[in-house]
Each structure stands twice: as structure tokens, then as C-alpha cells.
Design a protein around this ligand. Structure first.
Ligand code: NAD
Length: 441
């Protein structure tokens, strides 16, 4: 008879036989997390002995769900659901944006956090991956209510964020002003000014020159590199953009400088088209004044579904996830799709585009310019020494070009898509770090 404390041989089912899906997710509604899991499955054959760690990537390290109650301007109390997910921190602190959107879910934030792990490793910045969000439509809030939501949310997730723990940044419907409130709230709670707790801040609060434009600049840099590889002349090429916020509008502006004509733009309010090229500066001013591209005078309005039929050389989805699906991937007429948004293409649509010979440049490299300059911002905050914009743009271009070339080589070597190649590069780095650190305890 064994003593009560002695280990006994397991007689039940193996602890390894359980499914990787966490019990708190509904398998029927995985959304982008399901897409991410499929992408991870595709990289598995290329990981060699590191593959034994792959389950690490199929579950987030830490997920925090918070209640965000605020007093509305009319005195009523409203509650919103907030999240902060740290997917992986093997290579450094968590890093990733905060999204305010009425449809945000835990599964979506998990996927966005996971893609941040991949992206940060792909460009080799010393971060893990994280993401946050609040289920709220900020358009329904006054400025004062928006500030209260932001501050209460920041305070609630203050348990797990910090300059060396997890550093949020802007994403859909959040901007410099929101980052300033987050920085101030965190600083008030810890009793010192902690500029390094968020990136994407206003310049006067420790923000970095070039950060606001960095994601769009990265899209333009990667577009130029990819065009060179496939022999596409950018001068006179046409681009169709979905999303005309931070990422979409800056991408259009910088691509225009390379001679690319923006022929179609779609946002949440409408779709506008001009075969000869839209006036990007005028469209940007129109959106600033009216909140959407809808009603822009220098263009023809299109029904929203017609966006996918627009003749162009380059398509840039720069809005939300799961926009390019099996339903429209056959119709896309571009030579390349550059993912400004995170997760805009489902795996099934990805396959269709690949079969059709349309080059897909995945989000995890195409939109990595933002986090790269966020990294510069964080470094500048720590050293309290700020660089000029030329230095920042130059370093950004150097990092993105180097990362893209390495990914292109891996894609050619293994005859895989650029997405799988980026995952190969990134997962090897993450899992190697995991292996070197060892498993605690
Ligand atoms: N801001 C960054 O630095 C950054 C970095 C990397 C990736 N991204 C990703 O880029 C995408 C856009 O982010 P952003 O910062 O430009 O956000 P943003 O809030 O500035 O702009 C979002 C744009 O998407 C449009 N949009 C929303 N719903 C839409 C719909 N159903 N159909 C068509 N258009 C719709 C909006 O009208 C707006 O033009 C997101 O996927 C985000 O995660 C952003």
C-alpha cells in the first residue's frame, strides 16, 4: 500500500488527450481565434524539435475580463465589458493596442493578442503579444464619458499593465488623446509619471515623432518591396482601400507619393470610386469633417459589395477582421493584397487568393510599422532622449525591409505563403525563447 503522499502511476486518460480549446470559448463562435488556430496548425510542420512547445501558442498566457462602470452625463450608470489579454510574454513584456468597438469579444481580443506575439517576433522587437478592448461604441459617448470609460478601464487593467509588464497602444477607435488619459490614469495610480506605460501618446507627453503615420508608412514600405519582387511598377498602379482611418488614410497618402492612384475607398459609412484617382488630401479632409467617406463630392458612390470587384493592382484591407472571405475572394482583381488590418483574410480566402496567384502580404509583417515605432517610443521614454523624425523613419524602413527579405527567403525555401513564412520565422523565435527560459517551476 502506498503512503498518501507518494506519487502514484496515473491510471485514467492521459492528461495530453484533452482538447486545446479553452472551456470559456464557444467552439461554434471562435471568430478570428479560429482563424489564428488554423494559421498555427499550418506552421507546425516547420518547427522541428521546437514543435513540442507549440501548445503554448494555442492558449493565451493571461486573460483579464473587467467590468467598466461609468456615470453617464445624464446621471445614469452604464456598464461595459473590458478585456486585456497577454497571449505570450516569452520574449518580453506584452505589447498591443486597445480597441473600442461594440462588437469586441474575448475571442477576438485573444486573436489580436496572438497576432501581436507573431508580429513582434517577426520584426524582432523584444516584446510578447497582448491586446485589449472594450465593448462600446465610442460614437455614442460624449467626450467626458469617453474619458471616464478610458480611465476606469485603465484602472481596472492596471493590475497587469506597466512599462515593463504590458504596454498598450492605439487601435480601432482609440488615438493619442485616449493614450494620454491612459498614461495619466496609470501614473496617478502608481504615484509617478510613467510615460512608458503606453505608446502612441501625444508628442508633448513622451510620444514619438512618426508614430501616428508609422503603420501606414510600413504598409507603403512593404508594398514597395513586394512590388519590386513581383515586377509591379508602382507609378500609375491602382489601389483600393477598405478602411480610411489611421492606417488606411496614411497608406493612401504615402502610396500616392510613390505614384499609386487610390481608385476606391470603403469605410463604415460608404464606398467611393474614381477611376482616375481620388484626391486623397481632399478625402482625408472630408472624413475629418463628416466622419466617413460617404458623400465625398469628387467621386462616384458604389454599393458596398461592389468594392470587391474594383479593378486595381493593389488591395489594402485596413478596417476589421474577416473581410476577405470565400464569398468574395474569387472576385478580387488585384495582383497583391496588403493587409493593413489585423486578420482581414480568413484561411479559406487565403487559399483561394494563393491559388489564383494573388500575392497576400500578411498583417503580421504588413502592418508591423506601428509596433516598430511604438518600440522606438518606449525606448525613447526610458532613456528620456528623443530622436528626430528622419532617424525614426530610416530605422523603421531598415527593420521592415530586413524582416521582409528574411520572410521572402523562407517562403521561397519552403515554397509556402508569405503568411506561413512569417509564422515560421516568428514561432521559431518565440518557442526558442520559451525553450531557453525553461518551464517554471
Ligand atoms: N493604428 C495602428 O497603429 C494599427 C497598427 C497595426 C494594425 N492596425 C489595424 O488596422 C486596422 C485599422 O485600424 P486603425 O487604427 O486605422 O483604426 P481607425 O479607427 O483609425 O479606422 C478604422 C477604419 O475602418 C473603417 N471601418 C470600420 N468598420 C468597417 C466596416 N464594417 N466596413 C468598412 N470599413 C469599416 C472605419 O470607418 C475607419 O475608416 C485594424 O485592424 C487595426 O487592428 C492598426
Amino acid at each position: 500500500m502506498s503512503s498518501p503522499s507518494a506519487p502514484t502511476a496515473a491510471t485514467g486518460p492521459s492528461p495530453l488527450s484533452g482538447h486545446a480549446l479553452p472551456s470559456y470559448l464557444d467552439p461554434a463562435h471562435l471568430g478570428p481565434w479560429g482563424d489564428y488556430l488554423q494559421q498555427i496548425d499550418r506552421v507546425a510542420p516547420y518547427l522541428g524539435p521546437l514543435g513540442r512547445w507549440i501548445e503554448t501558442l494555442k492558449r493565451p498566457k493571461r486573460s483579464l475580463i473587467v467590468d467598466v462602470p461609468i456615470r453617464l452625463d445624464d446621471g445614469r450608470i452604464a456598464h461595459f465589458e473590458g478585456y486585456r489579454v497577454q497571449h505570450n510574454t516569452s520574449r518580453g513584456p506584452g505589447k498591443g493596442g486597445v480597441r473600442f468597438h461594440q462588437d469586441v469579444t474575448l475571442a477576438e481580443v485573444m486573436a489580436l493578442a496572438a497576432w501581436m506575439s507573431i508580429k513582434n517576433a517577426a520584426v524582432n522587437v523584444p516584446y510578447g503579444g497582448a491586446k485589449g478592448g472594450i465593448r462600446v461604441d465610442p460614437k455614442t459617448l460624449s467626450l467626458a464619458e469617453l474619458e471616464r470609460v478610458t480611465r476606469r478601464y485603465t484602472s481596472e487593467i492596471g493590475l497587469i499593465i506597466g512599462p515593463t509588464k504590458d504596454i498598450p497602444a492605439p487601435d480601432v477607435n482609440t488615438n493619442e488623446r485616449v493614450m494620454a488619459w491612459m498614461m495619466d490614469t496609470y501614473s496617478m495610480n502608481v504615484g509617478e509619471t510613467a510615460t512608458g506605460v503606453v505608446t502612441g501618446k501625444p508628442i508633448d507627453l513622451g510620444g514619438s515623432l512618426g508614430r501616428r503615420e508609422a503603420t501606414g508608412r510600413g504598409v507603403a514600405i512593404i508594398c514597395t518591396e513586394a512590388a519590386r519582387h513581383i515586377g509591379l511598377e508602382l507609378q500609375g498602379a491602382r489601389v483600393a482601400l477598405q478602411g480610411f482611418g489611421n492606417v488606411g488614410s496614411v497608406s493612401a497618402k504615402l502610396l500616392a507619393q510613390a505614384g499609386v492612384r487610390t481608385v476606391a475607398v470603403q469605410d463604415h459609412g460608404g464606398t467611393v470610386y474614381h477611376g482616375g484617382g481620388l484626391d486623397v488630401a481632399a478625402l482625408t479632409a472630408h472624413v475629418a469633417a463628416h466622419g466617413s467617406v460617404a458623400g465625398f463630392e469628387g467621386a462616384q458612390a458604389l454599393p458596398s459589395d461592389s468594392f470587391w470587384d474594383v479593378e486595381c493592382e493593389i488591395m489594402v484591407p485596413a478596417a476589421l477582421e474577416r473581410q476577405i472571405t470565400e464569398a468574395n475572394a474569387q472576385r478580387i482583381r488585384a495582383r497583391m493584397v496588403i493587409e493593413g488590418a489585423n486578420g482581414p483574410t480568413t484561411p479559406a480566402a487565403d487559399d483561394i487568393l494563393n491559388e489564383r496567384g494573388i500575392l497576400v502580404i500578411p498583417d503580421v509583417i504588413a502592418n508591423a510599422g506601428g509596433v516598430t515605432v511604438s518600440y522606438f517610443e518606449w525606448v525613447q521614454d526610458f532613456s528620456s532622449f528623443f530622436w528626430n523624425e528622419e532617424e525614426i523613419n530610416q530605422r523603421l524602413a531598415q527593420i521592415l525591409r530586413g524582416a521582409f527579405e528574411a520572410i521572402w527567403e523562407v517562403a521561397s525555401e519552403h515554397r509556402v505563403s508569405l503568411r506561413t513564412a512569417t509564422f515560421i520565422v516568428a514561432c521559431r523565435r518565440i518557442l526558442h525563447a520559451r525553450e531557453l527560459r525553461g518551464l517554471y517551476p
